[in-house]
Design a protein around this ligand. Structure first.
Ligand code: NDP
Ligand code: 2IT
Length: 444
């Protein structure tokens, strides 16, 4: 198999899906060598079967806004691969959502989920509905209308959605409530649920904490640690928030965070008190990050820009795809950045990744370093099946072990001749081998 040939087929079939093709190209390029060691994969046409989702649901969602007007949004669920467990992956509500973006996310999810060591397949869903600026009642009506369609395609052993951009505890609660009413069953079909109704302790923290645990492992390979490091973070949502908190706990200093309008840079560092204020701003008031300056005027706010020009030791992109390009990567390296740890999915462009790898700095792809979120989702599924809840300490220990294991697998499959760890290759090969073997065993 030549990665190029498969890509040509996919480009011809899906010419209008650039993000999907970008994600596929990255994986195919890095697994080509390993794949070619297994002629049986070729006979089973594994690559095409792994790149194209099992199925895609696309539906119209109508809901009533507060003025009584009927609104229309698009809804999607992509069930990509269930070779190692039920389809599992988040739901994204954002105005930018389209089929290409959800297909890239759904394509990456089975590999990520395979890395977690837990039995989960991969999928993704969402809508171009944006919760921003909507009332609570509008969000609830939208979630209910969305699940009216989505509900028939999911189930505790079929497909288990969770949160992603624009979908947090509030949205999961509303979707779960509607799903329960439709099915007349209390099941663990969603993860990221509230603690009172089957949610797992530490699921809100899991992606950010897990990413920083992964960062710790990467730094350890250089005899280094998070302590004393200045960290540029992007995003100010769920992943960014808990990445910042864990950095603080480990003695590092977050110096930036952002939203889609711009970023803040605090030269004095974001300490725990300032972090609490960000939590209030984003989760309490659902306000813009620029408001940070009202309380901390020593910081600066830069409209319409990304934080990557600020001098830092470590960068953690935690907002969205393609938010860090080649030029910004070169700037980070020139400023002495030693590690880039992705909290978001595919935040670095292929050009940026090349810059980091050529400079031989530590760089981890999201499917390895942000896998803590879906890992604790998997642990939530286990707790629901047992009808028990584990302590925060138990969940945290398991999360820690999982992130260490993912790191060790990246090192195992990604170490190059000169000792440099190519985490992209490591994560893709390790993730791929397990899914591919499961597919082989299950026949056509
Ligand atoms: P949230 O909705 O909580 O936060 C998203 C943050 O990113 C917000 O600050 C948002 O700003 C910003 N953002 C969103 N879209 C854009 C955009 N197009 N351009 C610039 N900024 C944008 O989402 P999460 O924190 O949950 O997700 C962040 C990333 O992490 C995503 O890539 C997601 O796929 C990934 N991820 C999330 C996991 C989870 O468990 N939640 C697990 C693994 C990965 P604004 O408020 O202006 O929209
Ligand atoms: O991208 C991701 O891994 C997530 N949004 C979390 C998925 C999940 O099922 O918890």
């Amino acid at each position: 198999m030549e990665a190029k040939k498969v890509l040509e087929i996919l480009q011809r079939r899906f010419p209008n899906e650039p993000e999907y093709l970008q994600a596929v190209e990255e994986v195919l390029n890095s697994i080509e060598e390993e794949y070619n060691n297994h002629p049986e994969f070729e006979r089973y046409n594994l690559i095409e079967r792994l790149c194209i989702p099992d199925r895609v649901y696309e539906f119209r969602v109508n809901w009533m806004d507060d003025s009584g007007k009927i609104q229309t949004n698009m809804g999607y669920r992509i069930q990509h691969n269930n070779a190692i467990g039920p389809y599992k992956g988040g739901i994204r509500f954002h105005s930018s959502v389209n089929l290409s973006i959800l297909k890239f996310l759904a394509f990456e999810q089975p590999f990520k989920n395979s890395l977690t060591t837990l039995p989960m397949g991969g999928g993704k869903g969402g809508s171009d509905f944006s919760p921003r600026g909507k009332s609570d009642a509008e969000v609830m009506r939208f979630c209910q209308a969305f699940v009216l369609e989505l509900g028939r395609h999911i189930g505790p052993n079929i497909d288990v959605p969770a949160g992603d951009i624009g979908v947090g505890g509030r949205e999961v609660g509303y979707m779960f409530g509607m799903y329960k009413k439709l099915t007349r069953e209390f099941t663990g079909t969603f993860t990221g649920k509230g603690m009172e109704f089957g949610g797992s302790l530490l699921r809100p923290e899991a992606t950010g904490y897990g990413a920083v645990y992964f960062l710790q492992e990467m730094l350890k390979t250089k005899g280094d640690s998070v302590k004393g490091k200045k960290v540029a973070v992007s995003g100010a949502g769920n992943v960014a928030q808990y990445a910042m908190k864990k950095i603080l706990e480990l003695g590092g200093t977050p110096i930036t965070c952002s939203d889609s309008n711009g970023y803040i840079y605090d030269p004095d560092g974001i300490d725990m008190e300032k972090w609490e204020y960000i939590m209030l701003l984003k989760n309490g008031y659902r306000a813009r990050i620029s408001k940070y300056l009202e309380k901390y005027p020593n910081a600066k706010y830069v409209e319409g820009a990304k934080p990557w020009g600020e001098k830092c030791d470590i960068a953690m992109p935690c907002a969205t795809q393609n938010e860090l390009n080649g030029e910004q990567a070169a700037q980070l390296v020139a400023n002495g950045c030693i590690a880039v740890c992705e909290g978001a999915n595919m935040p670095c462009t292929p050009e940026a990744i090349k810059v980091f790898q050529d400079a031989k700095i530590l760089y981890s792809p999201g499917k390895a370093s942000n896998a803590g979120g879906v890992s604790v989702s998997g642990l939530e599924m286990s707790q629901n099946s047992e009808r028990l809840s584990w302590t925060a300490e138990d969940v945290d220990n398991r999360l820690h072990t999982i992130m260490e294991t993912i790191h060790a697998n990246c090192v195992k499959y990604g170490t190059e001749a000169d000792g440099y760890v190519n985490y992209v290759k490591g994560a893709n090969v390790a993730g791929f081998m397990k899914v591919a073997s499961a597919m082989m065993a299950q026949g056509i």
